[in-house]
Ligand binder design. Sequence first.
Ligand SMILES: NC(=O)c1ccc[n+]([C@@H]2O[C@H](COP(=O)([O-])OP(=O)(O)OC[C@H]3O[C@@H](n4cnc5c(N)ncnc54)[C@H](OP(=O)(O)O)[C@@H]3O)[C@@H](O)[C@H]2O)c1
Length: 237
Amino acid sequence: MNILVIGASRGLGNTLALLLHQQGHQVWGMGRTSPASPSPFPFHYLQCDITNRAQAYFSFQQLIPMPEVIVYCAGRAFDDITEDAKNQNLLLPQLHKNFELNCFGFLKTIDFFLPLYLKEKRGHFIYISSLSAIRENHRQRIGYSSSKLATNKILENLRMQYFCSNIKFTTVNFGRLHHRKHALIGINYQKASKKIAHIICNYNRSNRCYYLPKLQTLLTYMTKFIPSRLYKKLMSK
Ligand SMILES: NC(=O)c1ccc[n+]([C@@H]2O[C@H](COP(=O)([O-])OP(=O)(O)OC[C@H]3O[C@@H](n4cnc5c(N)ncnc54)[C@H](OP(=O)(O)O)[C@@H]3O)[C@@H](O)[C@H]2O)c1
């Protein structure tokens, strides 16, 4: 399959792109900076800032043949309610940055590829989201989880709108992601990548929202019953 991984310079996107390449897929990677490892880089890579519309659309036009699957791994949590940000009137610009990357970057991707997928009558968008969309677990951020939640909702609506077509919109909400092999909370990049590769191969059953890992998902849902005052105390420990 032809697969585009956005945010492939490091972290999850990098591990995923390498895994898909090893599995024999034709992979395109995209990211703001060039990947540090491995060297030489084994798949096609385009350097592009996805928050810049002109750059993003120009890069998308270079992708021939067109990717049938797009995995949006680009994402970052910008601190927006630190004392510094509040004192310097940075709350809004920082909040905006969260939405530009975590939400509008993906919407640009959909805006460009959806008409092409409608013509082809097939295509798959996969968005990497976060369990913090269920309940925020960062202390100095209000924009990160809200940008993820907004995008999750957009995908839910797109799934409804295009339910009868063969175009899929998949959301994968991950808990803490890390390089370590074993950890009580979260999931490592390798395991998370295998899960995404599995979703890509199961195209016909993929039009849905996933939450991983299960234990952290359960614990995150349970925190919804903790009153805000107590939750804030727990989070500040
Ligand atoms: N890490 C976690 O604990 C965790 C938990 C749940 C969900 N997630 C989500 O999972 C996804 C992957 O996380 P990760 O840990 O792999 O993050 P990461 O290591 O920080 O990697 C983020 C990737 O996004 C790219 N990126 C950032 N800004 C970009 C821009 N403007 N244009 C193009 N590419 C850009 C980065 O490229 P550059 O290096 O070139 O900037 C990098 O390749 C993110 O959406 C994140 O929100 C992460």
